[in-house]
Design a protein around this ligand. Sequence first.
Ligand SMILES: Cc1ncc(C[n+]2csc(CCOP(=O)(O)OP(=O)(O)O)c2C)c(N)n1
Length: 369
Amino acid sequence: MVIMSKNSIVDFSKIKDELADLAKPIQVLDQNAKVVNQAVFDSFSDDQLVEFMKKMVWERALHEQTMNFSRQGRMGFYAPTAGEEASEMGTVMAMQKQDYLVPAYRDIPQLIQHGATVTEAFLWSRGHVKGNEFEARALMPQIIIGAAYVETAGVALGLKKNGEDAIAFSYTGDGGTSQGDSYEGMNFAGAYKVPALFIVQNNGYAISVPRESQTAAPALTQKAIAAGIPSVQVDGMDILACYSVAKAARDYMLAGNGPVMIETLTNRYGAHSSAGDDPKRYRTDEQQKPWLEKDPLIRLRKVLTDKKLWTEEQEEALIKEYKDSFKDALKQADAVEPEKVSDMLKRTFEVPTPELQAQIAKFEEKESN
Ligand SMILES: Cc1ncc(C[n+]2csc(CCOP(=O)(O)OP(=O)(O)O)c2C)c(N)n1
């Protein structure tokens, strides 16, 4: 280690240490469901609190049912969401239908809440083009990590130029913030002062790579600062905090103040995707245990049960109702005619190149047999 001389012009070690001096993530409920921000808590009606719980139960049920479908070989790509319900439902519930969602692959529950049908989501999972033809004001889920932020900056610029009373909102993971695209998107949004809400769902891992190994930034919120964007960390297992912060960000942006970044501290309980990675190979049960204790459903369930607004029977009935609706949705997806390779090729260019034309003819011949 190089020792700095006493009269050095600058103390970089001190500056680096100061980077790690972070404010506590915003909470309304602590891990034991104790209210830590009474004013915000009191701003919710009993009906709203129940609605928050219902949405999280819905998302958990969607996850469980989709995993079952996956095991039965009836889904295509699926990115598990258990553990991220507060972060996903809390933020999307703060949005309005005129807002423009730019989702990534783990944001299917938000896409459905924003107006896509569950059948469309299942078709998307299967790679069917009809899975992208939803009514929701949203782009199709992005697979290239970080790229959604570039799209969001452009969408938000369009909303601003049209003078719309709407924002663009987007999600990426902790890994996504290590991709150059995410910074380019934020930088553009900051420079053009557009209404873009960048939500980083920090679930601790980019597939198998722990967040600490892929960036030295003490907080991912710090990546927004360089773009001149205000940013804040939120307890991503507290739906009341996620909702309240997202709503405050939306109000701030609609007043013409430019973009915001929110980092939700959360955890993905399951594998990265249904393609079959095994999380036990990159994290231990001991590492997971504290996260399971922070579970967003347990936390809000305790509040509602104490207020006599929720029962186990009610929850069981809801889960059954939701799962039945997902089974119906899959039946509808099964009834949609499968895509042909030739159809996919025909959509590639408005006027197919000679090479494509030859491929189309080849597949049409195969498909006619
Ligand atoms: C540009 C790019 N590089 C690599 C990949 C492969 N890949 C898919 S998901 C993923 C990890 C993403 O992690 P994170 O952003 O933390 O989101 P999470 O999946 O945890 O929600 C990687 C590397 C990709 N999709 N896009």
